[in-house]
Design a binder for this molecule. Structure first.
Ligand code: HEM
Length: 226
């Protein structure tokens, strides 16, 4: 299939969704690993946050590579949401209008939870960026640009924010489990022999990511990270 016409067909949209989703899986894994540095203390964590800004130096200038990564992630997210929306619209139009009994087969339920889960993740992500990256007044406390550690610790003393983070992480974990499996299927990497191992890998990945993320706010609330 010609790459420039991918966006026109449903299989093309599914491929776009799979590839952009996998780009985010890569980012989310690195981000989760990076967050665990909070257990090593403020100096270490803040040095890591600054390291993200000086990534690629001295070849790249301050924050240049970071902006490239941000651009790739933004484009991937927009394409992911667009293809999901477009495939949903297509499915609605294809559905016969004289449906009397709406039989919700398993595949339907899964795609419904993917859509709503995706919406929860998107709301979480917008709040998260306002909260810990842009420092907008969406939680009490003072945001200090160069002190990611204290912004994080102060942030999770605000319990509504902690609850939203945990909801976001739970939604992400379900979304990843189904999404990673679907992506492998779309990309033709799945067959009868590999199905069980791909499902196992998707489950392991979603568990590692949810536990790895959730342990940070929970440790702040428990007073282990302060
Ligand atoms: C408990 C969970 C999480 C914690 C504690 C956390 C923590 C942080 C912190 C401290 C920053 C700011 C880093 C800095 O300014 O140097 C950040 C940025 C960011 N986080 Fe998270 N995060 C969490 C979950 C997530 C999840 C699940 C996603 C994606 C679905 C995500 C996506 C992002 C993005 C896109 C940025 C902006 C990166 C940039 O452009 O500099 N985060 N996060």
């Amino acid at each position: 299939m010609y790459v420039m016409t991918l966006h026109r067909s449903s299989i093309g949209k599914k491929i776009i969704m799979a590839v952009t989703g996998l780009i985010w899986v890569g980012f989310v894994l690195l981000h989760m690993y990076g967050n665990l540095k909070v257990f090593l203390g403020p100096e270490y964590f803040n040095a890591y946050a600054e390291g993200l800004r000086t990534l690629g130096a001295p070849i790249f200038g301050h924050t240049h590579l970071l902006y490239v990564a941000r651009l790739v992630l933004t484009v991937a997210l927009v394409l992911h949401v667009w293809s999901a929306y477009s495939l949903t619209q297509q499915a609605h139009h294809a559905r016969p209008s004289n449906y009397i009994v709406r039989q919700k087969v398993q595949a339907n339920r899964a795609s419904l939870s993917m859509r709503w889960g995706g919406v929860v993740i998107l709301i979480f992500l917008i709040y998260h960026l306002m909260h810990l990256t842009w420092g907008l007044p969406v939680a009490p406390g003072v945001f200090v640009q160069a002190d990611a550690y204290h912004n994080l610790v102060n942030g999770f003393h605000f319990i509504p924010a902690t609850i939203l983070y945990l909801l976001g992480v739970i939604a992400l974990s379900f979304h990843l489990y189904h999404g990673v499996f679907s992506a492998f299927q779309t990309l033709g990497l799945n067959n009868q022999n590999t199905e069980t191992s791909i499902k196992g890998a998707a489950l392991a990945l979603s568990l590692v990511i949810s536990i790895g993320f959730a342990v940070v706010p929970l440790s702040v609330v428990a007073g282990i990270v302060r």
